[in-house]
Design a binder for this molecule. Structure first.
Ligand code: GLP
Length: 247
């Protein structure tokens, strides 16, 4: 695992954007898997700036988002559909039909999970998976206790995750109780993984990530079994980590 420490959030975002742009230029038909949350906002901002300035092309890029809440329509301001359009898709030249998110409003959610998983496989799997990390070690919405061999599935969100994400909603009651997420095995199938972490509130999380053995209790630890992971984290997030950094 490669671990890169940056000075701050800005530098983390710039470095992550450089890596993504480099891959998109080398492989214009790349399949990306994308996260939401606060962490990647700066990355998307840099990608949009670069697209405006250098016209990095996204016409042939395919994207799959990691997750989506159930019961929020795509135009709901708290849906991840909305987030992705707002922060990224509407500012680049990606084709709408190439930008995939799970449909959290599907009548049969289990069928929707199967459809999503098959669609990823049909596209030959994910080339570059970008991830954030929840304070309890979740990746996507794979909460503690998720089986390590899970595929795209419906999850019941933990109370700590609902509380953490309630900052984007009017109140805690408005936060959905369920979501669809790519599973841990889906994520592990990606050819390359970029994990981003920022801020002192992630420092205990990053300590556990680096020092705990692989366990469903802290789902992100599964990434230790992946052969091609780069962690880009800022100094506050790594302040307790006690690991060797290097490019
Ligand atoms: C949400 C998302 C995750 C994300 C996590 C961390 O729960 N489903 O994909 O990684 O939050 O969010 P943040 O980047 O805001 O800390």
């Amino acid at each position: 695992m490669e671990i890169v420490e940056t000075k701050d959030y800005e530098e983390m975002s710039i470095l992550a954007a450089e890596k993504v742009i480099d891959r998109v230029l080398k492989q214009p038909q790349i399949t990306l898997a994308l996260p939401t949350g606060h962490t990647p906002v700066g990355l998307y901002k840099r990608l949009v700036e670069d697209h405006r300035k250098n016209e990095t092309p996204y016409q042939d890029v395919i994207t799959f988002n990691l997750d989506e809440y159930t019961d929020l329509s795509p135009d709901h301001p708290n849906s991840y559909h909305y987030y992705m359009n707002h922060h990224f898709f509407q500012h680049i030249d990606i084709q709408e039909k190439h930008a995939h998110l799970p449909d959290g409003t599907a009548r049969n959610l289990d069928l929707e999970c199967e459809r999503y998983e098959e669609l990823i496989l049909k596209h030959g799997g994910v080339d570059l998976q970008i991830l954030g990390i929840g304070q309890n070690g979740h990746i996507g919405f794979n909460e503690p206790g998720t089986p390590l061999n899970s595929r795209t599935h419906v999850v019941k969100l933990s109370e700590s995750t609902r509380k953490a994400n309630s900052r984007y909603f009017h109140s805690l009651q408005d936060v959905p109780y369920h979501a669809i997420t790519m599973g841990l095995a889906t994520i592990m199938n990606s050819k390359k993984i970029l994990l981003l972490a920022s801020g002192a509130h992630k420092s205990a999380t990053m300590f556990r990530f680096f020092h705990e053995a692989v366990t469903p209790d802290f789902p992100a630890t599964i990434l230790k079994h992946h052969p091609n992971v780069t962690v880009i984290a800022d100094r506050p997030a790594l302040k307790e980590a006690n690991v060797t950094r290097g490019m």
